[in-house]
Design a protein around this ligand. Structure first.
Ligand code: SAM
Length: 263
Protein backbone atom coordinates (compact mmCIF):
# COMPACT_ATOMS: atom_id res chain seq x y z
CA UNK A 1 0.00 0.00 0.00
CA UNK A 2 1.27 3.49 -0.75
CA UNK A 3 0.98 6.38 1.64
CA UNK A 4 1.10 9.87 0.25
CA UNK A 5 1.84 11.87 3.37
CA UNK A 6 2.74 15.39 4.28
CA UNK A 7 5.27 15.18 7.08
CA UNK A 8 5.19 17.21 10.27
CA UNK A 9 1.45 17.74 10.44
CA UNK A 10 -0.86 16.45 13.11
CA UNK A 11 -3.94 14.52 11.92
CA UNK A 12 -6.38 17.11 13.29
CA UNK A 13 -4.51 19.96 11.62
CA UNK A 14 -4.57 18.13 8.34
CA UNK A 15 -8.25 17.30 8.61
CA UNK A 16 -9.13 20.93 9.30
CA UNK A 17 -6.75 22.02 6.59
CA UNK A 18 -8.58 20.05 3.89
CA UNK A 19 -11.98 21.08 5.21
CA UNK A 20 -11.00 24.76 5.21
CA UNK A 21 -9.31 24.51 1.84
CA UNK A 22 -12.45 22.97 0.33
CA UNK A 23 -14.54 25.82 1.73
CA UNK A 24 -12.15 28.49 0.48
CA UNK A 25 -11.70 26.98 -2.96
CA UNK A 26 -15.40 26.37 -3.51
CA UNK A 27 -15.39 22.56 -3.47
CA UNK A 28 -18.46 20.83 -2.13
CA UNK A 29 -16.49 18.31 -0.10
CA UNK A 30 -13.01 17.72 1.29
CA UNK A 31 -13.21 14.49 -0.74
CA UNK A 32 -12.36 16.64 -3.78
CA UNK A 33 -8.70 16.54 -2.68
CA UNK A 34 -8.68 12.75 -2.68
CA UNK A 35 -9.48 12.66 -6.40
CA UNK A 36 -6.89 15.39 -7.04
CA UNK A 37 -4.27 13.31 -5.21
CA UNK A 38 -5.27 10.05 -6.92
CA UNK A 39 -5.10 11.79 -10.28
CA UNK A 40 -1.70 13.38 -9.69
CA UNK A 41 -0.35 10.07 -8.38
CA UNK A 42 -1.72 7.81 -11.09
CA UNK A 43 -2.43 10.13 -14.07
CA UNK A 44 -6.09 9.26 -14.53
CA UNK A 45 -8.01 12.03 -16.27
CA UNK A 46 -6.93 13.82 -19.45
CA UNK A 47 -8.31 16.78 -21.37
CA UNK A 48 -11.37 15.76 -23.40
CA UNK A 49 -12.00 12.51 -21.48
CA UNK A 50 -15.37 11.01 -20.59
CA UNK A 51 -15.52 10.36 -16.83
CA UNK A 52 -18.24 8.48 -14.95
CA UNK A 53 -18.36 9.11 -11.18
CA UNK A 54 -20.31 6.59 -9.07
CA UNK A 55 -21.48 7.68 -5.62
CA UNK A 56 -20.90 11.30 -6.62
CA UNK A 57 -22.97 13.35 -4.12
CA UNK A 58 -22.51 16.08 -3.01
CA UNK A 59 -20.19 16.57 -6.01
CA UNK A 60 -16.61 17.39 -4.98
CA UNK A 61 -15.18 14.74 -7.33
CA UNK A 62 -17.50 15.97 -10.10
CA UNK A 63 -16.10 19.49 -9.75
CA UNK A 64 -12.50 18.19 -9.93
CA UNK A 65 -13.26 15.83 -12.85
CA UNK A 66 -14.96 18.64 -14.71
CA UNK A 67 -11.85 20.86 -14.34
CA UNK A 68 -9.60 18.02 -15.50
CA UNK A 69 -11.57 17.08 -18.64
CA UNK A 70 -12.01 20.71 -19.72
CA UNK A 71 -14.65 22.00 -22.09
CA UNK A 72 -14.32 19.19 -24.61
CA UNK A 73 -14.84 16.48 -21.98
CA UNK A 74 -17.88 14.77 -20.50
CA UNK A 75 -18.62 14.10 -16.83
CA UNK A 76 -21.54 12.05 -15.56
CA UNK A 77 -22.27 11.60 -11.85
CA UNK A 78 -24.55 8.99 -10.28
CA UNK A 79 -25.86 8.81 -6.71
CA UNK A 80 -28.77 7.66 -4.57
CA UNK A 81 -28.98 11.29 -3.44
CA UNK A 82 -29.89 14.29 -5.55
CA UNK A 83 -26.85 16.25 -6.70
CA UNK A 84 -27.18 20.03 -7.06
CA UNK A 85 -26.39 20.94 -10.64
CA UNK A 86 -22.84 21.68 -11.77
CA UNK A 87 -22.17 23.44 -15.08
CA UNK A 88 -21.50 20.94 -17.87
CA UNK A 89 -22.03 17.87 -15.65
CA UNK A 90 -24.85 15.38 -16.17
CA UNK A 91 -26.27 13.73 -13.06
CA UNK A 92 -28.32 10.57 -12.70
CA UNK A 93 -30.18 9.74 -9.51
CA UNK A 94 -30.24 6.00 -8.96
CA UNK A 95 -29.02 2.96 -7.06
CA UNK A 96 -25.89 1.44 -8.61
CA UNK A 97 -26.86 -2.01 -7.36
CA UNK A 98 -29.88 -1.94 -9.70
CA UNK A 99 -29.52 -3.00 -13.36
CA UNK A 100 -31.80 -0.17 -14.44
CA UNK A 101 -29.32 2.47 -13.19
CA UNK A 102 -26.42 0.79 -14.98
CA UNK A 103 -28.47 0.65 -18.20
CA UNK A 104 -29.24 4.36 -17.90
CA UNK A 105 -25.52 5.15 -17.64
CA UNK A 106 -24.61 2.98 -20.64
CA UNK A 107 -27.38 4.66 -22.65
CA UNK A 108 -26.23 8.12 -21.68
CA UNK A 109 -22.44 7.67 -21.98
CA UNK A 110 -21.80 4.79 -24.36
CA UNK A 111 -18.10 4.46 -23.63
CA UNK A 112 -15.97 6.02 -20.86
CA UNK A 113 -12.25 6.71 -20.49
CA UNK A 114 -12.32 6.70 -16.69
CA UNK A 115 -14.78 5.24 -14.16
CA UNK A 116 -14.34 6.35 -10.54
CA UNK A 117 -16.29 5.23 -7.48
CA UNK A 118 -16.28 6.84 -4.04
CA UNK A 119 -19.41 4.89 -3.04
CA UNK A 120 -19.63 4.07 0.63
CA UNK A 121 -22.29 2.16 2.57
CA UNK A 122 -24.16 3.67 5.51
CA UNK A 123 -21.83 2.81 8.37
CA UNK A 124 -23.20 0.55 11.09
CA UNK A 125 -20.02 0.62 13.19
CA UNK A 126 -19.82 -3.16 12.89
CA UNK A 127 -16.48 -3.56 11.18
CA UNK A 128 -17.02 -6.81 9.24
CA UNK A 129 -20.44 -5.72 7.96
CA UNK A 130 -19.20 -2.29 6.84
CA UNK A 131 -16.23 -3.95 5.12
CA UNK A 132 -18.42 -6.51 3.31
CA UNK A 133 -20.84 -3.82 2.13
CA UNK A 134 -18.06 -1.61 0.86
CA UNK A 135 -16.53 -4.53 -1.08
CA UNK A 136 -19.97 -5.22 -2.58
CA UNK A 137 -20.24 -1.58 -3.74
CA UNK A 138 -16.68 -1.66 -5.13
CA UNK A 139 -17.52 -4.87 -7.04
CA UNK A 140 -20.65 -3.21 -8.41
CA UNK A 141 -18.50 -0.30 -9.60
CA UNK A 142 -15.98 -2.79 -11.09
CA UNK A 143 -18.71 -4.56 -13.10
CA UNK A 144 -20.00 -1.21 -14.32
CA UNK A 145 -16.48 -0.20 -15.32
CA UNK A 146 -16.09 -3.41 -17.36
CA UNK A 147 -19.26 -2.52 -19.27
CA UNK A 148 -18.28 1.09 -19.87
CA UNK A 149 -14.52 1.40 -20.26
CA UNK A 150 -12.78 1.80 -23.60
CA UNK A 151 -9.61 -0.29 -24.13
CA UNK A 152 -6.86 1.31 -22.01
CA UNK A 153 -9.38 3.05 -19.72
CA UNK A 154 -8.77 3.51 -15.98
CA UNK A 155 -10.80 2.59 -12.89
CA UNK A 156 -10.79 3.75 -9.26
CA UNK A 157 -12.88 2.37 -6.40
CA UNK A 158 -12.96 3.10 -2.70
CA UNK A 159 -13.01 0.14 -0.34
CA UNK A 160 -12.75 -0.27 3.43
CA UNK A 161 -9.78 -2.49 4.09
CA UNK A 162 -10.44 -6.01 5.38
CA UNK A 163 -10.22 -9.71 4.58
CA UNK A 164 -11.92 -9.45 1.17
CA UNK A 165 -9.73 -6.63 -0.16
CA UNK A 166 -7.06 -8.94 -1.62
CA UNK A 167 -9.61 -11.03 -3.55
CA UNK A 168 -11.14 -7.88 -5.01
CA UNK A 169 -7.72 -6.57 -5.99
CA UNK A 170 -6.82 -9.87 -7.70
CA UNK A 171 -10.06 -9.85 -9.71
CA UNK A 172 -9.51 -6.24 -10.82
CA UNK A 173 -5.88 -7.04 -11.71
CA UNK A 174 -7.07 -9.70 -14.23
CA UNK A 175 -8.86 -7.05 -16.29
CA UNK A 176 -6.29 -4.22 -16.25
CA UNK A 177 -2.59 -3.77 -17.03
CA UNK A 178 -1.95 -3.27 -13.32
CA UNK A 179 -3.64 -2.18 -10.10
CA UNK A 180 -2.28 -0.22 -7.13
CA UNK A 181 -3.81 0.55 -3.75
CA UNK A 182 -3.48 4.16 -2.63
CA UNK A 183 -4.39 5.78 0.70
CA UNK A 184 -4.59 9.48 -0.17
CA UNK A 185 -3.31 12.01 2.34
CA UNK A 186 -6.72 13.71 2.28
CA UNK A 187 -8.31 10.55 3.74
CA UNK A 188 -8.74 10.79 7.48
CA UNK A 189 -5.77 9.19 9.23
CA UNK A 190 -7.76 6.69 11.29
CA UNK A 191 -9.87 5.72 8.28
CA UNK A 192 -9.50 2.21 6.89
CA UNK A 193 -10.49 3.43 3.43
CA UNK A 194 -8.20 2.89 0.52
CA UNK A 195 -8.56 3.23 -3.22
CA UNK A 196 -7.97 0.53 -5.81
CA UNK A 197 -6.49 2.33 -8.80
CA UNK A 198 -6.49 0.18 -11.94
CA UNK A 199 -4.76 1.37 -15.11
CA UNK A 200 -5.24 0.23 -18.68
CA UNK A 201 -8.43 -1.77 -19.22
CA UNK A 202 -7.56 -4.94 -21.10
CA UNK A 203 -9.97 -6.13 -23.76
CA UNK A 204 -7.45 -8.51 -25.32
CA UNK A 205 -8.61 -12.08 -26.03
CA UNK A 206 -5.41 -13.42 -24.39
CA UNK A 207 -3.81 -13.12 -20.96
CA UNK A 208 -0.17 -13.40 -19.82
CA UNK A 209 0.72 -17.06 -19.40
CA UNK A 210 -1.65 -18.35 -22.11
CA UNK A 211 -0.13 -20.89 -24.54
CA UNK A 212 -1.59 -20.72 -28.03
CA UNK A 213 -0.76 -21.70 -31.60
CA UNK A 214 -0.54 -18.72 -33.96
CA UNK A 215 0.17 -17.96 -37.61
CA UNK A 216 2.84 -15.32 -38.12
CA UNK A 217 1.53 -13.24 -41.00
CA UNK A 218 3.47 -9.98 -40.86
CA UNK A 219 6.63 -8.38 -39.51
CA UNK A 220 6.81 -5.35 -37.21
CA UNK A 221 9.12 -2.33 -37.45
CA UNK A 222 11.51 -3.84 -34.90
CA UNK A 223 11.66 -7.08 -36.90
CA UNK A 224 9.34 -9.10 -34.63
CA UNK A 225 6.84 -11.46 -36.20
CA UNK A 226 3.20 -10.37 -35.91
CA UNK A 227 0.29 -12.70 -35.21
CA UNK A 228 -3.36 -11.68 -35.02
CA UNK A 229 -5.55 -13.31 -32.38
CA UNK A 230 -9.19 -12.35 -32.99
CA UNK A 231 -7.91 -9.08 -34.46
CA UNK A 232 -5.57 -8.42 -31.49
CA UNK A 233 -1.87 -7.94 -32.35
CA UNK A 234 0.75 -10.12 -30.68
CA UNK A 235 4.44 -9.46 -31.39
CA UNK A 236 6.59 -12.59 -31.49
CA UNK A 237 10.39 -12.15 -31.63
CA UNK A 238 12.37 -14.72 -33.63
CA UNK A 239 9.41 -15.69 -35.81
CA UNK A 240 8.83 -14.96 -39.47
CA UNK A 241 5.85 -14.60 -41.77
CA UNK A 242 4.65 -18.08 -42.80
CA UNK A 243 5.65 -19.69 -39.46
CA UNK A 244 3.01 -21.51 -37.44
CA UNK A 245 4.29 -21.53 -33.86
CA UNK A 246 3.20 -22.26 -30.32
CA UNK A 247 3.76 -19.18 -28.17
CA UNK A 248 3.47 -18.28 -24.52
CA UNK A 249 1.92 -14.85 -24.05
CA UNK A 250 4.37 -12.84 -21.90
CA UNK A 251 2.86 -9.35 -21.72
CA UNK A 252 -0.58 -7.95 -22.51
CA UNK A 253 -1.18 -4.24 -23.18
CA UNK A 254 -4.58 -2.76 -24.04
CA UNK A 255 -3.93 -2.67 -27.79
CA UNK A 256 -1.15 -5.21 -28.36
CA UNK A 257 0.82 -7.92 -26.56
CA UNK A 258 4.00 -9.98 -26.70
CA UNK A 259 4.64 -13.69 -26.90
CA UNK A 260 7.64 -16.02 -26.97
CA UNK A 261 7.97 -19.10 -29.12
CA UNK A 262 7.73 -22.26 -27.00
CA UNK A 263 10.50 -24.61 -28.08
N1 SAM B 1 -17.02 11.69 -4.00
C1 SAM B 1 -18.12 12.44 -3.38
C2 SAM B 1 -17.72 13.89 -3.35
O1 SAM B 1 -16.59 14.21 -3.69
O2 SAM B 1 -18.54 14.75 -3.02
C3 SAM B 1 -18.45 11.91 -2.01
C4 SAM B 1 -19.10 10.56 -2.05
S1 SAM B 1 -19.72 9.98 -0.51
C5 SAM B 1 -18.27 9.55 0.34
C6 SAM B 1 -20.40 8.40 -0.91
C7 SAM B 1 -21.67 8.43 -1.73
O3 SAM B 1 -21.99 7.11 -2.18
C8 SAM B 1 -22.91 8.91 -0.96
O4 SAM B 1 -23.37 10.12 -1.52
C9 SAM B 1 -23.91 7.78 -1.14
O5 SAM B 1 -25.24 8.23 -1.36
C10 SAM B 1 -23.38 7.06 -2.39
N2 SAM B 1 -23.86 5.67 -2.51
C11 SAM B 1 -23.80 4.69 -1.59
N3 SAM B 1 -24.39 3.59 -2.06
C12 SAM B 1 -24.81 3.85 -3.32
C13 SAM B 1 -25.50 3.11 -4.32
N4 SAM B 1 -25.88 1.86 -4.11
N5 SAM B 1 -25.77 3.71 -5.51
C14 SAM B 1 -25.41 5.01 -5.71
N6 SAM B 1 -24.75 5.75 -4.80
C15 SAM B 1 -24.47 5.20 -3.62
Amino acid sequence: MEHVKEFGEEPMTRKDDYYNRAKQQGYRSRAAYKLKQLDSDAGLVSDGDTVVDLGAAPGGWLQVASELVGEGGTVVGVDLQRIDSIDGVETIRGDMTEDETRERIVESVGEADVVVSDMAPNMTGEYSLDHARSVYLARTAFETALELLAPGGDFVAKVFEGPDTDGLRADIDEEFEYVRTIHPDASRDASSELYMVAKGRLTAPVRAGDRIEVDIDDVGREGDGIAKVEGYTVFVPDAEPGDVVEIEVTDVKPRFGFGEVVE
